[in-house]
Each structure stands twice: as structure tokens, then as C-alpha cells.
Design a protein around this ligand. Structure first.
Ligand code: GLC
Length: 756
């Protein structure tokens, strides 16, 4: 699918920062690769079995610091004896993470410079350490950096240039922290609203998520990951992680091959084809087999079919979990054999010393061939060379003048502004004019809630490492010269007293802005039993709605919690997702009308707690309305988002009423800004296969383009559709096309065509 809105790419090109390459550069330096391969062989030939087992081991920073794992002495500092035991004795090749807190750049350089010194000067092989970190919306574990919206918000911009830009800036600031490898992006799809990592994804649709993932990776890796401004990316969590039966993290998932290939494989395939350097495995089990022990997935599919040649790292402690959680191994040693046989290259152990020792025993006992280890060690050494670690194991602290700069912060602010989605706006309740408002609710004054999990700490709830200059919603609103703010912060589940006091504060006030939703969480900690929000939040809305004329709801949440009982009471509703450090300013800019909202939902917003399906559902999901039941009846549809202006679509046309494979169909539509304000619009092209041998989705997104239109301006927007866009996974599990009738839809316009 090619979009032809080149102007968009051009105008965003001016915003590109930090990147030393454009998204389209491709490293074709094959000679570089063969040199690297030769260098790898030369080093491999000198390594002992212990060296190789060490290279395949990744330990948490805790294992080389003073104190106990998960409970280090503060401030964290290296323990010289532990450091030498890990690097010199065990020859561990990779370290990850932080010691339970964010660090300054100076601290990162202090820690990693010493780690690399010991590794390259005292370890016999002198192989540098590969350091990895979760830098998933900017380098969250480095204080003072630019924290972007979480992936779900980035996806809501429907702007791949912003994805590329976030990748560039995050890579720059990760290297500025002396780290060359990020465990990002998440390429799982958010197809179950209950899932606690919903907000870490790019939403429910394979095309939007693939585009976003590809562009973030291009920003991360550039055209040469040895650059001091680029890092290796890590595709996660391969495969089928986000659709557990319970909607809870790391519980069992059953993913039929056709569903896996139609929905969950495309994002990873696109990223692998884009050259991503590493991949992290799903901690869960798929179809009764833990993915960490699944050769079919990790070797036959990933290596043989998808052609992935990069490094495969486990997720946290997941080899041990083959014994402790999945119970497919009687002991740790058997678990290691299962994982290595399946295709794992590196074990994120990460808090014991046993992995390399047991792995060595398995080789010595003939359970694993040393040649199998050589495969993994080659990939690890190659990545370290591609990253330039042999020449530059550490960065130059002074090479990063733009770290945490206003330029980077503005990029994060711009992304947050473009992510915010106006879900409802009756009677132009928004934007607000110059007026006195009540700002009320549990999330009015909480920066951590705007940042979300993977904040300055893993769960994102610790406030002690926040950038003091970054604002809460209350702080941003108080600085506005348009709004006079009466503030009433409540608990997450406001009680009668809190609500009563809030209502008292509405005296003489016509407008209330209620900031509600979720507090930060990630992974299992974020599991829920009920998609509804705490009852006190609903009661707060009900009581306040009785007391004011204009009720605005601002949602700050990682996943779409149920709002159906209060939605009718709101005059306007804004979805802010998890907008990051600049989120409060972005919310104010939208509420006050400084910025015209342009975000679109990257997921279907459910109306009921136990009834949810995605936009690309099947016809059988449409309960027959003649029985008085609701057909597909979400709170808000995938792709929904309002503007303060209005766009009219007309003249939908196609270059031919039929195409064959090898042709391309040009789809044209006129879009006019018929409102009085300039604004951005996302033109979305959907296709419906009328009849197919596999039940076709009611529609699927096949293209989109975000354009900027001044008041009164009309723009011709065109898409090129090819038969690749009409493929689906057929009976034989192959991607096929079938002759027949199709319809394509843009906005409310529809036009048929035939595939010959
Ligand atoms: C966690 C997460 C994974 C993360 C890794 C390292 O358990 O599942 O996304 O990258 O551990 O922190």
C-alpha cells in the first residue's frame, strides 16, 4: 500500500530531530557484513565453552551491585567482587535494567563505564557487555529525558512520521545513557481490552500497528546501529502474548494458526523485513506449549519461514518458569535444554548465577551440541559488532547536547497533542472559553498517571524521580490565562464525602472538567477482574452533572474502561491515553482550543464490561437486531475521533471497476474542511471482501493518510490498492487472493470493485 500524500512526509520531515538518516535509507554495505562475519568467526574460534555459555547469559544489574536482588543499597553502586564474579568468572555477556529506580546520565555512565572496563580489560576474552534497557516511550529510566506518550497514544496519532521521530529521539537519549539496546517496540495487538499491557501496543489493527512499529524501528536503528545516535530494537513479545483467555497477563492463550497468521504475525514480519536486530519471546503459553519451549514458533516459523537472523532473548526468568509456572520441565537443567533446543539465543536469567553453569554441563553431558551454542554466540557477537561495541564499548558523555532538550520535549508535546482523541463534543462544549471551571477527580494532579507504567520505575508509581518541571493537569490548567481553576482532587474511588465536597465547589460554576481513569501499572500487577472503573468515579460524574451546565470528561487510562453509564451525562469526552511528561500541557492545549484535536482511536472502545469485539469482526458477530439485541455496538468505533472543525468527503472514485493481480487500483476522494478552523484529518480506507472461502471480516483497514487542511480547503487524497492488500489466510494457511466482489469505504462513501 502506497500513500501519495507526500506533502505530509515533507512537512513532518522538518520536525525530524536527532536522526542521522531518513526512514528510507537502507544499509546495503554487504562488505561490512561479510567483514563482521569474518571477525565473528575469528573471535568464536578463540572462545572456550565457558565463554560461550557466558555470552548467552543476561543478568539483572542487581547481580553486580551492593545489596540483595530487588533490594539494593541506595544509592545503587557496583559491588566489585560481584562484578568480577559475573564478568570475569562467569563471563556473562549481557546485563539489563536498573536497580529499582531511574538514574541520571552521570550515574548510567558511572555504572556502565566500569562494567565495560572490567569486561574489556579484566575478562580473558575482553568481549564487551551488551547492555539492554526498557526504553519504551523515550528512555524512561534516565531522569531528565523526554517522556513521550505510550505506544497506544502514539498509534492514536495515526502519524508514522511521529513514530519515526519518537524512535530517533528515544534512540539518541538511550545512547546518551550509555546504552545501545532497547527492549522496544511491543508488536502485540490490543485485541482484548482487559489486557494490562493494552497501552504498550499500537492498538488492535495489524496495518496501523505494523506501520507504527516499522517507523519506530527505523528511528531506533537508523541505517547503521553502530552510530552513537541509534540503538538495536527488540520486537516483543513473540508470539500470541496479548490474547489470553482470561485477559490477564501471562495466562494461557489459544491462538489457531489462521488467527495467528492473519492478525498477530504481520507486525513481526514487517519489522523483521525492516531489519530489526533482536526479538523477545512471549512469556506465556500458546495452544498448550510455552513459547519459550516451542521449536515450531522460535525456529521453524521465526528462522526458516520469516528469515529472522537476529538475536532471540527470553523474557524475564522465562526459562526457569518452564519449570516453576508451566511445569513442562522437571528441573532447571531440563528447562534450559528445552529452551535452547527451541531456539533461544540469550537467557534473561536474570537473578541467579546457575544458567551458564548448567548450560555448560548440558554440553559436557552431550545433551546439547556445542555447535548449537555457536549459532547463538555468532548472533550475539555479530550484534555487539554491529553496535560498534568492540570499538566503542561506552559512549562519549558530551556527544548529547540535545538530551532532555526543549526540542525533544516539543516533539513529545507535539505527539501528545496529535494523540489526544475527542470522543464526544455536544453543542460545541469544547473548546472552553475564558471561564471559571471546577477541575475535579482522581487524576487532576498526578504526573505519574499521565506517564503510566515503565515510568521512572517499573510500575510507574514512584514520584521521587519525576522531572520537577513537568506538570500535572492541575498545574497546567492553573497557568492558563483563559481558565480560572477551582480544584478538587479526589481518590481513585471517591467516597460520599469527597463527592459531596466536590459538588459544594460547583457553586457559581457552569463548567466542570472531570479527570478520571486509571493509575499506572504494567504486566501482571495491572490485571483486573472488571472492565468497569471504581464505582465512586461514576458517582462523582453523576453528582457533578446535576450541578453544572457543561460537563467535560478527560480520560487518562491505559485501556478503554467502561463509561457507558456516565457517557450520556457528559457534554464532551476527551481520551488522553497515557500522554507522557508533556501530557498535561497537551490536554490543556486541546481543551482550551489552542490545538485542534486530530487523534483517532487505535482500538474499539467497548460499551459493556463483558461484550467486546474488534472493528474487523465477522458478520456472525452482528447479533440479529430484529430480536431487539444490539448488533456490533461499541461505545466508540476504531478510527473514531472528532475535530473542532468539520470535514466533508466527496467524489470517491476508483481508476477501474476491476483489477487483476499485478494491477493497482487508484482510489481518489476529495476531502474538504467545511468548518471555520484549520485541522488535521485521518482519511481511512477500508475494504470489504463480499464473499470468500474463509469468513471475511466486515471490513479491514487498508490505508490511511493524515492531512492538514486549512479552513475551506479541499484536498484530493489518493491511495493505491493492489491485490496484496486483498490477501487473506486461506484454508491451506497461505496468504491468497480470490476473485470476487469487493467494496471499499472511505468515511460514509462506498464503491464496489471486482478482483479478477
Ligand atoms: C518484563 C517484560 C518485558 C521487558 C522485560 C525486561 O517482564 O515482559 O516487556 O522488556 O521484562 O524488563
Amino acid at each position: 500500500m502506497k500513500k501519495t500524500s507526500f506533502l505530509l512526509a515533507l512537512c513532518y520531515g522538518m520536525f525530524l530531530v536527532a536522526c542521522t538518516s531518513s526512514p528510507d535509507d537502507k544499509a546495503t554495505d554487504e562488505s561490512n557484513d561479510s567483514t563482521i562475519d569474518q571477525r565473528v568467526e575469528n573471535i568464536l574460534s578463540t572462545l572456550t565453552l565457558e565463554d560461550k555459555c557466558g555470552e548467552m547469559t543476561q543478568l539483572n544489574l542487581d547481580m553486580v551491585c551492593v545489596g540483595e536482588p530487588y533490594n539494593l543499597e541506595k544509592p545503587n553502586k557496583l559491588d566489585s567482587a560481584k562484578l568480577r564474579k559475573v564478568l570475569v568468572d562467569l563471563k556473562v555477556g549481557s546485563i539489563l535494567n536498573q536497580g529499582g529506580q531511574a538514574y541520571s546520565r552521570e550515574k548510567w555512565f558511572e555504572l556502565i563505564n566500569e562494567i565495560q572496563r572490567v569486561a574489556t580489560q579484566e575478562k580473558k576474552s575482553k568481549i564487551p557487555v551488551l547492555y539492554g534497557i526498557d526504553a519504551i516511550h523515550g528512555v524512561n529510566y534516565t531522569t531528565g529525558n523526554s517522556l513521550f506518550p505510550q505506544q497506544i497514544g502514539l498509534a492514536a496519532t495515526w502519524n508514522t512520521e511521529l513514530a519515526y521521530e519518537m524512535g530517533c529521539i528515544s534512540a539518541y537519549e538511550t545512547r546518551a545513557s550509555n546504552i545501545p539496546w532497547t527492549f522496544s517496540p511491543v508488536l502485540d495487538l490490543a485485541r482484548d481490552a482487559r489486557w494490562p499491557r493494552h497501552w504498550e501496543t499500537f492498538g488492535e489493527d495489524p496495518l496501523l500497528a505494523s506501520d507504527m512499529g516499522e517507523n519506530v524501528i527505523k528511528g531506533y536503528e537508523g541505517d547503521d546501529v553502530s552510530s552513537p545516535y541509534h540503538v538495536a530494537s527488540c520486537l516483543k513479545h513473540f508470539l500470541g502474548y496479548s490474547v489470553t483467555l482470561t485477559g490477564k497477563d501471562r495466562t494461557q492463550a489459544w491462538v489457531p494458526e489462521r488467527q495467528m497468521r492473519e492478525y498477530f504475525l504481520p507486525t513481526f514480519k514487517r519489522a523483521i523485513d525492516a531489519g530489526a536486530k533482536t526479538l523477545m519471546v512471549n512469556s506465556g503459553e500458546m495452544n498448550g506449549i510455552p513459547v519459550h519451549a516451542n521449536h515450531e514458533i522460535l525456529t521453524t516459523l521465526l528462522r526458516d519461514e520469516l528469515g529472522f537472523e537476529g538475536l532471540v532473548v527470553t523474557d524475564w526468568e522465562d526459562i526457569k518458569y518452564l519449570r516453576d509456572r508451566h511445569r513442562v520441565a522437571k528441573d532447571y537443567k531440563e528447562a534450559i535444554k528445552l529452551a535452547i533446543d527451541a531456539g533461544i539465543d540469550m537467557s534473561m536469567v536474570p537473578v541467579d548465577y546457575d544458567f551458564p553453569v548448567l548450560l555448560k554441563e548440558l554440553v559436557e553431558e552431550g545433551e546439547i551440541k556445542e555447535s548449537r551454542l555457536d549459532e547463538s554466540v555468532r548472533r550475539i557477537l555479530k550484534l555487539k559488532m554491529q553496535l560498534g561495541l568492540f570499538e566503542n564499548p561506552v559512549m562519549n558523555f558530551d556527544d548529547y547536547p540535545d538530551f532532555g532538550s526543549e526540542k525533544h520535549a516539543n516533539s513529545a508535546l507535539n505527539t501528545a497533542r496529535e494523540s489526544i482523541t475527542l470522543l464526544k463534543n455536544n453543542n460545541q462544549s469544547l473548546p472552553l472559553g475564558k471561564e471559571r471551571i471546577l477541575l475535579v477527580g482522581p487524576l487532576t494532579n498526578n504526573l505519574n498517571a499521565l506517564i503510566g507504567g515503565w515510568g521512572r520505575t517499573w510500575q510507574g508509581v514512584d514520584t521521587s524521580f519525576n522531572n520537577p518541571s513537568k506538570k500535572t493537569i492541575f498545574q497546567a490548567f492553573s497557568e492558563s490565562d483563559k481558565l480560572e481553576v477551582v480544584h478538587h482532587e479526589t481518590s481513585l474511588n471517591p467516597d460520599f464525602k469527597e463527592i459531596y465536597e466536590a459538588v459544594l465547589k460547583t457553586k457559581g460554576i457552569k463548567t466542570a472538567v472531570i479527570c478520571m481513569g486509571e493509575m499506572p501499572y504494567t504486566e501482571t500487577v495491572g490485571d483486573i477482574e472488571d472492565m468497569n472503573l471504581p464505582e465512586g468515579q461514576y458517582e462523582l460524574v453523576k453528582q457533578i452533572s446535576e450541578a453544572v451546565d457543561n460537563l467535560i470528561i478527560v480520560l487518562v487510562e491505559g485501556r478503554p474502561r467502561i463509561i457507558s453509564q456516565i457517557e450520556p451525562l457528559a457534554d464532551a469526552i476527551v481520551q488522553a491515553y497515557l500522554p507522557g511528561n508533556e501530557g498535561a500541557q497537551a490536554i490543556l492545549d486541546i481543551i482550551s482550543g489552542e490545538v485542534n484535536p486530530s487523534g483517532k482511536l487505535p482500538y474499539t472502545y467497548p460499551r459493556y464490561a463483558s461484550s467486546h469485539s474488534t472493528y474487523d469482526h465477522k458478520t456472525t458477530d452482528l447479533i440479529d437486531p430484529k430480536f431487539g439485541l444490539n448488533a456490533f455496538y461499541p461505545q466508540y468505533e476504531f478510527g473514531h475521533g472528532l475535530s473542532y472543525t468539520e470535514f466533508a468527503y466527496s467524489n470517491l472514485s476508483i481508476s477501474s471497476d476491476s483489477i487483476s493481480c499485478g494491477d493497482s487500483l487508484t482510489v481518489s476522494v476529495d476531502v474538504k474542511n467545511i468548518g471555520g478552523l484549520a485541522g488535521k484529518e485521518v482519511i481511512q480506507l477500508y475494504v470489504r471482501d463480499e464473499v470468500a472461502s474463509i469468513t471475511p471480516a466486515v471490513k479491514m483497514l487498508k490505508g490511511y493518510s493524515k492531512i492538514d487542511l486549512s479552513a475551506g480547503e479541499t484536498r484530493l487524497v489518493q491511495f493505491n490498492l493492489t491485490c496484496q492488500d486483498l490477501e487473506f489466510v486461506g484454508i491451506e494457511m497461505e496468504r491468497i487472493t480470490e476473485e470476487g466482489d469487493f467494496n471499499l469505504m472511505v468515511d460514509t462513501l462506498k464503491i464496489p470493485f471486482y478482483l479478477k
